[in-house]
Design a protein around this ligand. Structure first.
Ligand SMILES: [Fe+2]
Length: 299
């Protein structure tokens, strides 16, 4: 859809537009495309984002992550080489330095607060009243990416709406229920010990749903759906509006299974027994104790 110039008082009625039926059917289950009206918003132009970078570096530097260089789809985040440039220098060189910028929790900057308030209000209105009590953390992240840069394959703990602001790119999203793409052991490791636990399997690339994003388009990525991103030959700016659900609902059964597997057992995957899931969700503390005891015995 066409993007419109927005200054705050004349903003369009809806920022995020999704088909209600598709939203109800697929929200936090399957990926799907959305559209939005934020592509021309002045706060997402590069000079304003440079100012945001300078404010962020002064007040909360840990919220500005960036790296530079050639990256492969299967590379771990902790294997990516640190940038030889300062953040400001890398932003100035964004056209050709192979950079990936992450402005985490951008709503902590008062000018950008509105995007989490209003963006999430719209998503909650679409998702229905029950969602409010399930949310633990609400957040926005702004990504700026150099031409051709890849965002490596991973899974997230957040439920995410990735809105394309500037440039075009392809987002490849996999089905989180496909146990060849995403085995139980990888999910367990992710929730327990390793955010890079998901392993890219090139021979299964054809199972991805690939979304070609341009300004005004976006994609919904449910919690734990594996994904990776290929930027086109342009500078890309994207806004991620996201939230984390309360941990016990999804994470703790996987954490419990991680510990059970380390104790030599073959745990039942979440989703097969609600009663067992509930025990694991709210009874993980004794399992942590059991694992520590096991380690003492086997040390
Ligand atoms: Fe992600």
């Amino acid at each position: 859809m066409a993007s419109i110039a927005i200054s705050e008082p004349q903003v369009a009625d809806r920022w995020i537009v999704a088909d209600p039926g598709q939203f109800r059917e697929k929200f936090n289950q399957k990926s799907f495309e959305v559209s939005h009206n934020l592509a021309s918003h002045p706060l997402f132009q590069l000079p304003q984002l440079m100012q945001l970078a300078e404010r962020t570096l002064k007040t909360r530097p840990k919220d500005l992550h960036y790296d530079v260089g050639d990256v492969s789809v299967s590379q771990r985040w902790d294997e990516i080489v640190k940038s030889p440039f300062s953040a400001q220098e890398a932003l100035r060189r964004i056209e050709n330095c192979g950079a990936w910028f992450v402005f985490a929790s951008a709503q902590r900057d008062h000018e950008y607060r509105i995007f989490v308030d209003r963006g999430l209000a719209e998503i909650k209105a679409l998702a229905g009243p029950k969602i409010e009590s399930q949310i633990m953390v609400e957040d926005i992240i702004i990504f700026i990416t150099s031409p051709g840069r890849i965002t490596t394959y991973h899974i997230d703990r957040e439920c995410n709406f990735l809105l394309q602001i500037r440039g075009t790119k392809t987002v490849h999203v996999f089905d989180r229920e496909d146990r060849e793409v995403l085995p139980e052991e990888e999910i367990e490791r992710f929730w327990a010990v390793d955010f890079n636990a998901a392993v890219y399997k090139p021979h299964l690339q054809h199972r991805a749903q690939s979304y070609k994003l341009r300004p005004g388009m976006g994609v919904h990525i449910p919690v734990n759906c594996p994904h990776w991103v290929e930027n086109d030959d342009n500078v890309s700016v994207s806004l991620s509006v996201n939230f984390q659900f309360k941990d016990p609902l999804r994470a703790n059964p996987y954490r419990a299974n991680f510990l059970l597997r380390r104790l030599g057992l073959r745990p039942t995957p979440p989703g097969r027994s609600p009663a067992l899931d509930a025990v694991k969700a709210y009874g993980i503390t004794p399992l942590v104790w059991a694992e520590k005891t096991y380690k003492r015995w086997t040390a």
